[in-house]
Write a protein that binds this ligand. Structure first.
Ligand SMILES: C[S@@+](CC[C@H](N)C(=O)[O-])C[C@H]1O[C@@H](n2cnc3c(N)ncnc32)[C@H](O)[C@@H]1O
Length: 361
């Protein structure tokens, strides 16, 4: 069934159920949505570790903290506890069930300094202008917002001097791990299938080591092949010139990417060119720039392999892979909105925390 038809049918079904279900069954649906949000935050916490992130922020009593898109309130509760009953924490959400849930939990936990607030989806809600903030957290929320330059320019007016914007986002530029190649059969059949198409020799195949090729030809599909591929793929990711295979070949350029991916690739290439990365020996590239190289090269892996590898969604959260809102887009937009980067920390293989501060007026 086509996606649009499925979406319309789902919407109609939920409207019908909403109008005919008895109260108890309706609240079961509502609970499911909250349960899902709570579980999602717990899973996310494994990779973000909200507690140590919040501990690193130097929270002091009396601060005013804003958690935009707080969902089930995971970070907001921690902030409120850290303030020991002083200051104020505002947890904002656009979904009323979550707002009710956070308010109820705050009451139960005796967190009198935590206020749960319903805000509008589009643009910066008027609520934000009522306070002045020391810390604003946006954890996995940046990609949900529209007209971001306008949104953050306006928000800047409500920040206290020395305020920080803490943005947690999926970093999209890590190296592969063994888990990434757990579906080894799919990866190999993909490589072999790609190799035997009539599109000319494939750069991925050309870059495989002799040892890897021998393992593939010998029919090895076990751990030796996984480790050999891992080494090859990570070498490709860190090679600043790897992207050229694809960019100088119009077949790859046109077929591997969706338009947003192509825009991101162009933007990353431009930034790396400005830094003179393509002329430098790889060992002279600093760690931060190398992550941009990795991000650029990962786009080719996404285009080439992920979309056809059975369980690729297990290691790339689909929302992040699909939305293409990357840190680089965020840097550019927040620069335009009047902020600069104060620090960047890797929270785990998958997540970064970026602290932005207002630029001097
Ligand atoms: C992916 S979740 C992240 C939740 C939580 N911050 C975390 O890291 O687990 C994004 C949340 O932002 C909320 N959201 C979307 N647009 C928003 C907006 N304009 N203002 C406030 N919250 C918003 C969504 O309802 C959703 O609960």
């Amino acid at each position: 069934m086509n996606k649009k038809v499925t979406a319309v049918l789902t919407l109609m079904l939920s409207m019908i159920l909403g109008s005919i279900l008895p109260g108890q069954a309706r609240s079961a649906l509502k609970d499911h949505s909250i349960q899902h949000s709570i579980e999602r935050q717990t899973v996310r916490d494994k990779f973000i570790n909200f507690e140590s992130l919040i501990n690193s922020l130097g929270i002091i009593e009396g601060m005013t903290i804003l958690d935009i898109g707080a969902s089930a309130g995971y970070a907001s509760f921690l902030f409120a506890e850290k303030l020991h009953g002083t200051g104020e924490v505002f947890a904002t959400e656009v979904r009323d069930v979550l707002v009710d849930h956070v308010a109820g939990e705050a009451r139960q936990r005796g967190l009198t300094n935590l206020t749960s607030v319903l805000v509008k989806v589009d643009g910066l809600d008027d609520f934000y202008s009522q306070h002045r903030y020391d810390i604003v957290l946006l954890s996995n929320v940046y990609h949900c917002l529209d007209n971001r330059i306008q949104y953050f320019s306006k928000l800047r007016e409500f920040l206290k001097p020395n305020a920080r914007l803490v943005i947690v986002m999926y970093n999209q530029d890590h190296l592969f791990s063994e888990d990434s190649l757990s579906d080894i059969e799919a990866w190999v059949s993909n490589i072999v299938a790609t190799y035997s198409t009539d599109t000319g020799s494939n750069p991925f195949f050309e870059e495989l080591s002799t040892a890897t090729r021998q393992l593939i030809s010998a029919g090895d599909r076990g751990n030796s092949l996984r480790l050999a591929l891992l080494e090859d793929f990570n070498r490709m990711l860190k090679n600043p010139l790897f992207y050229k295979h694809f960019y100088t070949n119009s077949y790859f350029r046109e077929n591997f990417f969706t338009p947003p991916e192509r825009n991101l690739a162009n933007w990353l290439i431009m930034m790396l060119q400005e830094d003179g990365v393509f002329e430098k020996p790889a060992d002279q590239i600093d760690a931060r720039t190398m992550r941009t190289v990795i991000r650029l090269n990962r786009l080719f892996f996404t285009g080439q392999f992920y979309k056809s590898v059975k369980n690729w969604r297990e290691f790339i959260p689909p929302s992040d892979a699909n939305r293409h809102t990357s840190k680089y887009v965020m840097f550019r937009e927040l620069d335009a909105a009047g902020y600069k980067v104060a620090s960047e920390t890797s929270l785990s293989t998958y997540y970064d925390a970026i602290i932005m501060v207002p630029k001097a007026p």
